[in-house]
Design a protein around this ligand. Sequence first.
Ligand SMILES: NC(=O)c1ccc[n+]([C@@H]2O[C@H](COP(=O)([O-])OP(=O)(O)OC[C@H]3O[C@@H](n4cnc5c(N)ncnc54)[C@H](O)[C@@H]3O)[C@@H](O)[C@H]2O)c1
Length: 258
Amino acid sequence: MRLKGRVALVTGAAMGIGKGIALLFAQQGARVIAADVNAQAGTATAEEIRATGAQCIFQRTDVSVEAEVKTAIAAGEKEFGHSVDVLANVAGIAHESPAHLLDLADWNRILSVNLTSMFLCAKHVLPGMMEAKRGSIVNITSVQGLFGFPGYPHYAASKGGVISLTRQMAREYAKHQIRVNCIAPGTVETPMNVQVLERVPNAAELRRAWDRMHPLGRIGQPIDVAWGALFLSCDESSWITGQCLSIDGGVSCSVLPE
Ligand SMILES: NC(=O)c1ccc[n+]([C@@H]2O[C@H](COP(=O)([O-])OP(=O)(O)OC[C@H]3O[C@@H](n4cnc5c(N)ncnc54)[C@H](O)[C@@H]3O)[C@@H](O)[C@H]2O)c1
């Protein structure tokens, strides 16, 4: 068990990649604080974890609201009697619009949920980690934080910001033995992408195109990302900080399609 007894806060834990990480962390012995704005699905995740005999509480939290972040962390630390050892910043949203048609409100919403939230969650777990003189933070960015894709200027900016924030915080908190890394997934089969497929007339064709886009021949599953998050959170990666791990079926090493 790689995370035995550790208290892990996982945001976006109701579904998709966050749920995959919460399930794997719990299976590896972590006591999980599952935070999400979706109370129904988040409660179901916590129940699924507890049914395995692991410990998990769900906290309904909008991670872009500082007071809610503070409440979730305090509730989790009270429940488990220990400060947060591991933070997986996963919650995020996507929205499509080219820059010249993009409303400022949508720009601000994406930046707030995808980037500001990661600062807020880190801000409020760091004091406990500094006192414990250990901690690991894993932020989920995207290949869109590394490369340009049409239609997502605000999403790309938020994800690029996550990579810079990761490096800055890694440098600043290394002296406290707190590590900060990020993961850049390629396309992963989650509700976020299922919703994209539901909006297009040629869903089956687009789904096949996504598979072909990845040199390993398939899009990812939440568990593919979860294994990386587990590695970066546990002691086996204790000399790794400030890094961005691409988990993307090879898409980031392919400039042009075959
Ligand atoms: N799916 C992909 O292809 C992909 C690729 C690269 C990066 N990512 C990133 O991975 C992360 C997870 O994406 P996913 O595909 O699992 O998405 P998803 O939509 O399937 O799940 C996201 C979860 O975040 C929660 N959430 C949204 N806004 C929130 C808020 N304000 N406060 C708390 N919770 C909130 C949702 O309720 C949901 O449970 C996101 O940061 C996303 O940008 C996803």
